[in-house]
Design a protein around this ligand. Structure first.
Ligand SMILES: C[S@@+](CC[C@H](N)C(=O)[O-])C[C@H]1O[C@@H](n2cnc3c(N)ncnc32)[C@H](O)[C@@H]1O
Length: 400
C-alpha cells in the first residue's frame, strides 16, 4: 500500500515533463450503498485513473504515428484490416508497452477495488439489505443459468466476473463495478457515472418527440447507473432493468434507493425474458452487445422485437461499429480481445447490425444509427482524447 506522504495526487498527475493540462476528472459521488475507501485506497484509485488518462491521451496518439510511418507503407491495400494491422503493430516495442501498461493498470484497478470491498464484504451486504424495499423492486431467480460467455472467463479481467457470489446477499460484484467505472471511464461520465443514460434519454426525446413510453426496459443494466436516468427523464414511465447477475442487481436496487429513484430490477437473461409480449415502448441497452456472443445476439434482437409494442423503439448503445472508423482505429480493439478477455469485440463491431435487426423482425427501413451528444461533455469540455467516447455515444436501433 502507498505511504500517506506519497499521496498528493497533484504530484501523481503532474510529472514535470510537459504533462500539460489534464482533463478535469470527476470523482464518483458517494451514496449510502457505496463502499468507502481509505485515504490510501482512494489515492491508489486516482493513480489508476490518471494513468488510464495518460495512456489514452498521450501514449495512444503516438501509435498512430508509428502506424503511418512504419507499418502502413509496407501493407498492401487488401491487408488493411484490423487484425492484420494489429499483428503488424504488435511487432513494435511501443505497441507492446502500451498493451502491457493497460493490462497492468486494469489488474491494479481491480486489486485496489477488491481490497476496498473485501474489507467490508459483510457490511456492504447488510447495508444494501437495509436500503432495499422502499422504492421500486428486486426480483431474483436463483435458477437462472449464467451464459457461458459470462461464466467461462473473467470478463475484462474483473475477478469472478459479474455473477460470482461469496457471501449471503452478496453485492460485491456490483459494488466493485461502481468503484471501477469511474476509473475506467476516466471520470468523464459525471459523478453518478450516468452520463450515457442521460445523453441517450435526451437523444431519444429529440429523435422521437411523439414517443411517450409507459414502460421502459434496460437490458444488461448491471448496477442501474444508466437505467435510473430514464426514470428521471420519463417520470410517467415504469422503468425496469434486467441482468443475469444477482450481486449486481442487489446493489442496483440498494443504490437506486440510496439515490431516491424508483426502478424495478429483475434477474433475467436478455435472450429470453419472462415479460409479456408488446409490454414495453422503449427497450435500451448500453455496452451489453459486445459482452455477449454471435449466437446470443440474434436471440436478444428477436426478444426486443417480441417485447416492443407497435411504434416502440429499440436502441443499443455500444462503441462505434468498425464501419464508422478507419481500419487502424478498429485495430486498437485488438488489446481488448487479446489481453482484456473481450473475445467477442472484434466480431461484434464488424457485424451489419441493421441487417440483424431486420432478420429479427424489424423493418430495415425503420432501423437507425447515430451519436448522442454527451451532456457531461457539453457542460465541462474535457479533453476529447481523454475520454473513451470522444464526447458522444454511438447507438443503433429500430422502430417496431
Ligand atoms: C458492461 S456491463 C453493462 C453496463 C451498464 N449497462 C452500464 O451502462 O454501465 C454488461 C452487463 O450485461 C450483463 N449481461 C450480459 N449478457 C446478458 C444477458 N444475456 N442477459 C442479461 N444480462 C446480460 C452482464 O451481467 C453485465 O452486467
Amino acid at each position: 500500500m502507498l505511504a500517506n506522504r506519497a499521496l498528493n495526487t497533484d504530484t501523481i498527475c503532474h510529472d514535470g515533463q510537459g504533462y500539460g493540462t489534464i482533463a478535469p476528472m470527476t470523482n464518483s459521488r458517494p451514496h449510502a450503498a457505496m463502499p468507502t475507501p481509505t485515504h490510501d485506497e482512494a489515492a491508489h484509485e486516482r493513480f489508476c485513473q490518471n494513468l488510464a488518462v495518460k495512456l489514452e491521451s498521450r501514449f495512444r496518439p503516438q501509435l498512430r504515428t508509428l502506424y503511418e510511418d512504419r507499418v502502413r507503407p509496407h501493407l498492401k491495400a487488401s491487408d488493411e484490416s484490423p487484425r492484420v494491422i494489429a499483428k503488424a503493430m504488435r511487432r513494435f516495442d511501443q505497441t507492446r508497452q502500451w498493451y502491457r501498461l493497460r493490462t497492468d493498470n486494469q489488474d491494479r484497478m481491480y486489486a485496489v477495488s477488491g481490497a476496498i470491498i473485501d474489507r467490508q464484504l459483510e457490511s456492504l451486504a447488510a447495508r444494501a439489505k437495509s436500503l432495499s424495499g422502499a422504492l421500486g423492486s428486486l426480483s431474483l431467480d436463483p435458477t437462472i443459468k449464467i451464459p457461458n460467455y459470462l461464466a467461462d472467463q473473467d470478463i475484462h479481467r474483473k475477478p469472478g466476473g459479474y455473477h460470482t457470489e461469496r457471501t449471503t446477499d452478496d453485492v460485491a460484484a456490483g459494488a466493485e463495478y461502481d468503484r471501477t467505472i469511474t476509473v475506467h471511464n476516466m471520470g468523464s461520465q459525471g459523478a453518478n457515472n450516468d452520463d450515457p443514460g442521460i445523453s441517450l434519454a435526451a437523444e431519444i426525446k429529440r429523435r422521437f418527440p411523439a414517443l411517450k413510453p409507459r414502460r421502459i426496459l434496460d437490458l444488461g443494466c448491471t448496477i442501474g447507473n444508466n437505467t435510473l436516468p430514464f426514470a428521471t427523464a420519463f417520470p410517467e414511465a415504469e422503468v425496469h432493468g434486467i441482468d443475469c447477475s444477482a450481486p449486481c442487481l442487489r446493489y442496483a436496487h440498494a443504490r437506486a434507493n440510496a439515490l431516491g429513484v424508483g426502478a424495478h430490477f429483475h434477474q433475467m437473461n436478455a435472450e429470453a425474458t419472462t415479460f409479456e409480449e408488446s409490454s414495453f415502448d422503449l427497450v435500451v441497452s448500453r455496452i451489453l452487445l459486445h459482452e455477449t456472443s454471435r449466437a446470443a445476439l440474434p436471440r436478444i434482437f428477436r426478444e426486443c422485437h417480441r417485447l416492443l409494442s407497435p411504434g416502440g423503439v429499440m436502441l443499443h448503445c455500444d462503441a462505434p461499429q468498425f464501419d464508422e472508423m478507419d481500419a487502424y482505429q478498429a485495430s486498437l480493439r485488438d488489446w481488448d480481445a487479446t489481453c482484456n478477455n473481450e473475445p467477442f469485440m472484434l466480431t461484434v463491431y464488424a457485424l451489419p447490425l441493421e441487417s440483424l435487426y431486420a432478420e429479427a423482425g424489424f423493418d430495415k427501413a425503420q432501423t437507425f444509427r447515430g451519436y448522442a451528444a454527451s451532456q457531461y461533455f457539453q457542460r465541462h469540455h474535457p479533453d476529447p482524447n481523454a475520454t473513451r467516447s470522444g464526447g458522444k455515444y454511438f447507438f443503433t436501433g429500430a422502430v417496431r
